[in-house]
Design a protein around this ligand. Structure first.
Ligand code: PLP
Length: 424
């Protein structure tokens, strides 16, 4: 399989080069030249996520140095529980938050780290994985690369715009993980990181790579859990589910859209966003218009100009996209709070503010055969959720361990030159 940049259709590269670079030299995002197609029966006999992942991803690894190691990579990175819990007769929840940092981003970060560690030559100079985070990516990437020889992780997060526990977790690793809090928004952090990574000469000098949701190495493993869920659903004898995905940068939902293109049984796809309405306006028929992000209770989705939109547009024309059984719906903070309370009263379950956006759009889609994606554990957002439900939330053990460590974040000016100086 060859890979292209969304901005230069002629020049192709290998998977290994695309994984190592993160962002294409022309500033575009890497995409596979074509998508393989699967019938559900091709997964017969495969039960676990790692097994399904290695079958699904094999075509993408043809000609990669990693092809023969793909099953081990999937076993090492993706062996995390992904329960599908029934809320009632009409709706189930796909819980993607049982990894070490309690958000779905663990799957992709661990997969990318497992690939990059194997691609690295043992005598190569140290690489720096540069990551801008709206709260959860940074922790997942840090956990995935923590104490891996040959790698340093540099995290930028928007100061004051992540939950207290997210901030603690981001800065609790130490060793080869360096954490900067930036006086700015996530969009600022992302712009800085993109501009530094997009400077080919600088990126080479400093041996930089990316682990943001723009990285191809994150898109691929996220496709695997949607394939897994769709196959489990199918095996229960059910028709393809309506999938509701809390969305910000569009990395997670894009994986679902691509897997559906590849033939896996997924029905309608609904992107649930917070008050940042770029996607809902676009899918409602407006021109795409990136804009500054607004801070909301679902902070990991505070994105005004989703970077994966460029990938989506590379695959589909506007007209086709709008006809493609994808909708985007926006949810305000008041509704997020009400949903957390209402679902707790009804089921006794606590949901994170991002997952609450998905719950909130249930009343706007037909009441059957719905699968909601739960993107983070509510204990990560205790400051929002606990006052709403009037009780404490038990912290998962892996998260508790991180929270017990001291946190050490340094401040960084909201400017590209400040980052370059810090990297040097
Ligand atoms: C990152 C994140 C999202 C948004 O995912 P995208 O891939 O950016 O659309 C939603 N919920 C949580 C908890 C997240 O960490």
């Amino acid at each position: 399989m060859n890979y292209l940049s969304t901005r230069a259709r002629a020049h192709t590269t290998t998977l290994d080069a695309a994984l190592a670079a993160g962002l294409a030299p022309d500033g575009g995002l890497y995409v596979p030249q074509r998508l393989p197609h699967f019938a559900t029966g091709e997964f017969d006999g495969l039960d676990s996520l790692p097994q399904i992942a290695s079958r699904l991803l094999a075509p993408f690894f043809v000609n990669s140095q990693l092809a023969s190691q793909l099953p081990q990579i999937c076993a090492e990175a993706l062996d995390l529980p992904i329960p599908i819990i029934d809320l009632d007769d009409t709706t189930s929840v796909l819980e993607l938050f049982h990894g070490p940092t309690a958000a779905f981003k663990d799957f992709a970060a661990r997969f990318l780290a497992a690939c990059l560690a194997r691609l690295r030559h043992s005598d190569a100079p140290q690489s720096t994985v540069l990551v801008a985070t709206s709260g959860d990516t940074g922790g997942a990437v840090a956990a995935a690369f923590h104490q891996r020889p040959g790698f340093r992780v540099v995290i930028l997060y928007p100061d004051g715009r992540v939950s207290a526990r997210q901030a603690h977790q981001l800065a609790a690793f130490g060793d080869n993980i360096v954490t900067y809090k930036v006086d700015g928004s996530f969009d600022d952090c992302q712009r800085t990181v993109k501009s530094v990574l997009g400077d080919v000469e600088l990126a080479r000098q400093l041996n930089l790579t990316s682990a943001n949701s723009i990285s191809l190495g994150r898109l691929l493993p996220q496709m695997a859990y949607y394939a897994y869920a769709a196959i489990q659903w199918h095996r229960r004898g059910r028709t393809a589910p309506t999938l509701i995905v809390p969305s910000g940068n569009l990395g997670n939902a894009l994986a679902a859209i691509v897997v559906r293109e590849m033939g896996l049984p997924i029905g309608h796809i609904v992107l649930a966003t917070n008050a940042n309405r770029t996607l809902s306006d676009y899918f409602g028929g407006a021109e795409y218009q990136g804009r500054p992000s607004i801070a909301t209770l679902a902070n990991a989705m505070d994105v005004g100009d989703p970077s994966n939109f460029e990938r989506l547009q590379w695959w589909f024309k506007d007209r086709d996209l709008r006809r493609s059984n994808i909708q985007a719906m926006t949810v305000d903070d008041l509704t997020i709070g009400q949903q957390i309370q209402a679902w707790h009263a009804r089921t006794g379950m606590a949901f994170c503010p991002h997952t609450a956006c998905a719950l909130a759009v249930l009343s706007r889609v037909p009441a059957s055969n719905r699968l909601i994606v739960a993107t983070a554990h509510p204990a990560k957002f205790d400051d929002v959720v606990e006052p709403l439900i009037g009780r404490g939330i038990e912290v998962p053990p892996a998260l508790a361990k991180l929270l017990a460590r001291p946190a050490n974040a340094q401040t960084l000016a909201n400017h590209r030159d400040a980052l370059i100086a810090a990297l040097r």
